[in-house]
Each structure stands twice: as C-alpha cells, then as structure tokens.
Design a protein around this ligand. Structure first.
Ligand SMILES: [Zn+2]
Ligand SMILES: [Zn+2]
Length: 749
C-alpha cells in the first residue's frame, strides 16, 4: 500500500432544513471538515436566506452540480446522537412526514442562537422562616413595588412572573432582584417542586413483584415493554421512582412522560425530592430560554432524568435505559397537527433501538396495549389494590330519566341526591371534585319556533353560550357574537338554551352552596400560563373545598382528602361518532372516580347519566376493566377496528365543497389502485372507506371529507402510501384543496 496524501475528495452533507420536505445537499468546506458530522447543527444558505439545519449524513460530491457550502457549525459537538437520529428517521418513515419536521420537534426553538445570560427564575416565594408582615415594616417608603410584592406574597404564597402585566415586568424584576439580594425572597423555575413529595414508602407485595420484574430487565439491559396495570392510587409512581434509581445507578438515562403540562410540577416534585438537580424538565410550555437551558443540561448528561410531555420522547439523553409512559392510554400523547406521531408508540420504538426498558403505566390501559399484553408482546404487571389497604370508592349511579328533575334536565342539572351528598361531604370536611366534560354555560341556543340552533358560520357546530363574557362562542374557530334576543332566522323571541356547561354548574354551586369555596378548571380559566398549576395547588393545599371542571380535573392528580367525586353527565363522550367513544367514556369515568378516597376519608362517587345501562357506564361503575376490555374487544372485532386492524385517515379540505368532494373521489381511486390491487389475502383485505363528510364537516370555513383505510396489522402500508404521496408533494390535490395523512389516528372526529 502506498500512502498517498493527495487533496482529499470533496465532502458533501445532506441537511434537514425546516420546512423543506427533502434533504438538501451542501458542500462541507475544508475548514469545517473536522466538525461536520451527522447530527451537527449548521447554518446553510437557502435561496437568499440563511437557515439553521441538521446534518443527516455525509457523502462524496457527485460533481454533477455546483453545491453551496455550509456556512457555520453552531455547537462543537453533534446536538443529536446517532441513536436519536435513527429514531427520527424511523418516525419520518412511519408517519410519512418530512425528516426536517421531526428534527424541528426534537430541538428546542432558538438552540442555534440562545439568548445570552442566565435563564430567569419565574416563581418567587418568601424565604423560609421569614414573615411577610414583618418584612413589610422594614420596606423603605421609597420602594413601593417591594411593598406591593410583599403584600401579594403574604396572600398568595408565591408570585409568578408570567402573571405580571408585561408593562410592569421590568419594574417588578428590579424590585425582586433587590429583595433576593437581601435574602427576603427565593426564586424558582416554574416547573420546580410545588406539591411536596412524601418520604420513602414501604412497598406492597404487588409493588415488590412488579419492581423485581422491571429490575431484571434493567439489569440485563435488553429491550422489554412492561404494561403496569394498576388501579388508581395503587402506587405506580413509587415503582417509577425506584426503577429510575436503578437505571441512574447503572449510568443510564431515564425519561418519564406524562400527558399534560399541568401534571409536570407534581411528578417533577416527587422526583426532585429523590434525585435533586439530576431532574430536567422538557415541554413546550417552558419559556424559550429555560427550555434551551434544560435541553442542554439533558444533552450534556447533567440532567440524566427527564420529565416531560410527549415531545420529551425525543429528549437528547446520551444513553436512555428506562422510558416510562404514565397514563399511556391518554390521547394527548398523539399530536394532532404537523407530524401526527404518538409518543407512547415512539417510546417503545426508542426502547427497541437502544435496548431500554419501557414501562407503560395505567389504570385503564388502551385497548391496543392490553391486547399486546394478552398476546405476550408486553409483559403484564398488575397492581390490583390500592396502597395502605384503601379500597376503591363505591359508585352510585343516578338515572337522570328516573330522578325527580321535572321535564327539563337543563333547568336542574344537579340531582337532589348529588346535592345532598355534596352538602354532607362539605359538612364533614371532605373535598369534592365535580366533573363535566363541557365548558361554557350551555350546550346550544335553540329557537323553539323554527327549531334552528344558532350555528357558527365557519364551522358545522352550534355556538356555545359563555355567559360571563356575554358571547356565543365557536369552540373550533373562535367566532363569536353577542347572544341574540331574537332568533336570527325567524325573529321569534322564544330562543332558549339547552344543555349545561361548567360555567352553568359554577352558577348553580354559587347559588345553592354559598359557603363553599371552589375553583373552576377548564380551558377558559386555564388559558393563562401557570394558572392550572395554581388552581390545582390551591385545591391540594387546603382552603379550597371543591374543584370543578372539564377533563383537566380527571387526570392523574393525587389529592389527598378528596372524599366525593360527582360526574354531572357521564353520557357526553358516548355521543361522539368515534369508534373509541365507549373506551374514552370508560376511561374518563374510571379515572375521575379514582380521584376519590386517596386520603384518610373513605371516598364516594356519584355518576349522573341518561344511559345507566350502557356497558361503558355500567362497567365503569363496577370499576371492572377486564370485563370492559372483553366487551369492547368483541365490538372491535365485529367492525374490524384496532387492535384487529390498523387505520390511516386521510382528511381532505378546502373552501369549495364541490372541489373537495371531487378531489376526495380521485384520491380514493388512487388509494384503491395502489392498496387493493389483488395483493392481499382473502379475508384480510385492505379497505378504503369513503370519501364521506368528516364528523365535523366544516371547520374554519373549510369543508372536510374523510377517507379511512382499514388494513390488517401485518400489512406494510407505508411503502405504497409513500408512492401516492410522491404524486402530491405539497399535499395538494387541486387549487385550494389540501389533505393530511394520519397514521394510527386516535380520534376520527
Ligand atoms: Zn327561529
Ligand atoms: Zn367556528
């Protein structure tokens, strides 16, 4: 071998640049050769602009065309390691999405150019042991803002910068900095511990068994998925904590996913109590600077334990060894726009790619997950009883047809029985959760003469009355009008409200329980950053006797002292035209019921319904998941729905209804041509259904048609679908008509 050292071959890099669909090729200049690797963050020219991009792979220049050079490398080392890059490529292929969009999900915005300086703390409290009133006496008259802050801290315990009017932020910050210097206040990040975690607990024998099985897999360092099926309050978090400790001992990283940002503070608090600064938090609600800071701490190994929402499945941990998906059934793990990925499913893929242990935890597993456990694909771990010998709360069903409510439930949404129970629990000092999965005041406004509901002009839905804001509001596009006195169609004065929302229940409570202190939690009260965490904290800390609201009150919160859970109307989610309606209803009821009886108070649940005999409601009352699973599985089998099939949903939309329909027809023909061309076995055929108007046939002025593909689980659908997508690179079918593709849709609405 002769060692020649001529001029090296020109090197090129294929780079993912958002929002460009395909990878772009650039020349790697001589001086950047050492630095440019797969996973490196770079600056590249794009037309007349310069964009950040991620290097995906390197190659030799073909020399066929002039290439423009990479301009700059942003960080010394690759920001995405090869393992994570492989996950992104896998997801791009599976969800038929551009790789650049997945890169966009995995990197915090602004990483290439983070704002200088330290990240800001966002919550302030009085330093421990100090009395705000005494401090108030020491404030100089020349410092009125400090006095103002102390007064606020005296009444609310803490102050969040995001709650301040923007025009006063600077003023407040200056005062807070001074007070911090004097040792009067302490600053925290928003996501920091807010509800104190408990100390070390004895494990039950069921917990011991589950943990032993998980540890065996962790020690072996092989990929394994455990379905941790534990009733509410059975101590799943304790198992996560111990498994995380084992993984960290073995120098492995840990990812804990929760479905909602509002759940992060509570669980992060419990993990911080054990692992301190090793905990990093990652979700889209973090201010930009904090998010980058947290991401870098995770990427550099300073924070090997990540807690976050769905996008944290892409956390840049050097070596993940344990991935936990808590409340794995939750549909919030599915992103419903952009890349329609499911973080639960990607957690399993990531586990497989890295040889990590995956735990899916739930009291009400997704039907598909339980079926996978039944088929032996997942390892089933069961926690059949609550910790500390507590029992599941008894559930009383109030049949609204029989209850003495007069003819119109809208007039009396709370049955005498439920009211009597609320009063009884209030008297005994118990806490109450009241759940209704609909916000606003009423469900619809209807004319009794012409029968017309007042509808949104842009969407095929009724407008919802929001009484406090004095508007009728569309929950899809935000269109609103003042509530009319007369029917817009026939001028009749007999316009009436039907149905009930959380705002209405709030009014009922204020009228019938004047002494009761309560908070309402729904999208209307939660729109301010940090507000849900504050509402939940007030309820957990005492003082507030009742928490009332939508689905946000049902999620995995652990409130000791809740003795009564009331469900105002259990039927709402059953009416939805979706094959998962029964499953969602069962989950909601079982989850909300599970909030009761977590402390010393024995719990009780009251469920109001017009459909007491429906199996989802009846089995939720009995809290019998296995029976529900069996009943629901039968129905899925009959209609060839998951887990017996897999689904892909195409949603075609545009302003012109006729063009949308015609384009949908053509798309269907293309799909049938590619998918059902005689290649599948009889009885296991791919079905292309539709096009049909979507459940919401019009939203934001765009008409929507749906095509649903059902196919056998062993059929590889991505390759043929990718061929069709190549024909429509911009997901466009005609002028003004576009479509989206949803692999494994969670909701068909
Ligand atoms: Zn009318
Ligand atoms: Zn609308």
């Amino acid at each position: 071998m002769v060692n020649q050292s001529p001029k090296p071959e020109p090197l090129t890099a294929r780079v993912a640049v958002h929002p460009i669909h395909d990878l772009l090729e650039y020349l790697v200049p001589e001086n950047l050769r050492e630095k440019v690797q797969p996973g490196t963050l770079v600056r590249v020219p794009l037309g007349k602009r310069e964009n950040p991009g991620l290097v995906i792979e390197l190659g030799a220049a073909s020399g066929r065309k002039e290439l423009r050079p990479i301009l700059e490398v942003f960080r010394e080392d690759p920001v995405i390691n090869s393992e994570l890059l492989e996950l992104l490529r896998w997801a791009a292929g599976y969800y038929l999405a551009p790789l650049s969009s997945l890169v966009e999900l995995a990197l915090p915005p602004g990483l290439e150019n983070p704002p200088p300086g330290e990240p800001r703390t966002h919550l302030f409290r009085i330093a421990e042991g100090l009395d705000p009133d005494k401090l108030l006496a020491q404030v100089q008259p020349s410092a009125p803002v400090q006095a103002e802050i102390l007064q606020q801290l005296a009444s609310s315990r803490e102050l969040s910068l995001s709650d301040l009017p923007p025009e006063r932020r600077t003023q407040y910050l200056r005062a807070l900095r001074e007070m911090k210097r004097k040792g009067w206040v302490r600053g925290f990040y928003r996501e920091e511990e807010l509800l104190a975690g408990a100390g070390v607990k004895e494990l039950t024998s069921d917990q011991e068994k589950a943990l032993a099985a998980i540890e065996a897999g962790l020690r072996a360092g092989i990929f394994e998925t455990h379905l941790l099926f534990g009733v509410t309050a059975s101590g799943k978090t304790e198992i996560y904590l111990r498994a995380a400790a084992r993984a960290l001992d073995a120098q492995k990283g840990v990812i804990i996913l929760v479905p909602e940002i509002a759940l992060v503070p509570q669980i992060a608090g419990r993990f911080r109590a054990s692992f301190g600064a090793k905990v990093g938090v990652l979700h889209s609600g973090l201010p930009r600077r904090e998010r980058i800071d947290s991401w870098v701490r995770i990427q550099t190994g300073q924070a090997p334990l990540v807690i976050g929402t769905r996008s944290a499945v892409f956390a840049p941990l050097p070596a993940p060894g344990l991935i936990v998906v808590d409340e794995e059934y939750d549909e919030a793990y599915k992103q419903e726009e952009g890349v329609r990925y499911n973080a639960r499913d990607l957690a399993i893929v990531r586990g497989k790619l890295t040889g990590a242990t995956v735990i899916l935890g739930s009291a009400t597993p997704a039907l598909e997950s339980f079926a996978n456990a039944a088929a032996g694909k997942y390892h089933l771990l069961t926690l059949p009883s609550r910790v500390d010998g507590r029992t599941l709360p008894p559930v009383t069903v109030v049949d609204l047809r029989a209850a003495n409510l007069g003819s119109d439930w809208t007039k009396n949404p709370l049955s005498p029985f439920l009211k009597e129970r609320i009063a009884a629990h209030q008297k005994e000092g118990g806490k109450v959760i009241l759940f209704l999965n609909r916000r606003g005041y009423s469900n619809s406004v209807l004319c009794q003469d012409c029968g017309q509901a007042i509808r949104c002009p842009n969407c095929s839905v009724s407008l919802i009355l929001h009484k406090a804001r004095k508007i009728l509001l569309c929950h899809y596009c935000g269109f609103s009008i003042p509530p009319p006195d007369v029917c817009p169609a026939c001028n009749s004065h007999r316009v009436r409200m039907f149905g009930v929302g959380t705002e209405r229940i709030e009014e009922e409570m204020t009228r019938d329980f004047p002494g009761l202190s309560f908070r309402r939690l729904d999208r209307d009260t939660a729109h301010r950053i940090g507000a849900p965490a504050r509402i939940l904290r007030d309820f957990a800390a005492g003082g507030v006797e009742m928490l009332m609201g939508t689905k946000m009150v049902t999620k995995g919160h652990d409130f000791p002292g809740v003795s009564l859970v009331g469900v105002v109307l259990a039927d709402l989610s059953l009416d939805l035209p979706d094959f998962r309606a029964a499953e969602r209803t069962f989950e909601l009821l079982a989850q909300v019921a599970g909030r009761a009886g977590r402390g010393e108070h024995p719990g009780e649940v009251v469920v109001q319904t017009f459909l007491p005999d429906h199996y989802a409601i009846d089995l939720a009352r009995a809290q019998d998941y296995p029976a529900f699973y069996r009943a629901e599985l039968e129905s899925r089998k009959k209609f060839f729905y998951p887990p017996f099939s897999r689904l892909v949903q195409f949603l075609v939309s545009g302003v012109n209804a006729q063009k949308v329909e015609e384009s949908s027809e053509r798309l269907k023909e293309e799909l049938e041509g590619k998918l059902t061309g005689g290649t599948t076995k009889p009885g296991k055929a791919v079905q292309v259904l539709g096009p049909a108007p979507a459940a919401y046939a019009k939203i934001r002025g765009r008409h929507r048609f749906q095509i649903l593909i059902k196919y056998p689980p062993d059929f590889r659908i991505q390759a043929p679908l990718a061929k069709i997508l190549e024909l429509h690179p911009h997901r466009q079918l005609a002028a003004g008509v576009t479509f989206s593709v949803d692999i494994d849709p969670q909701s068909l609405l």
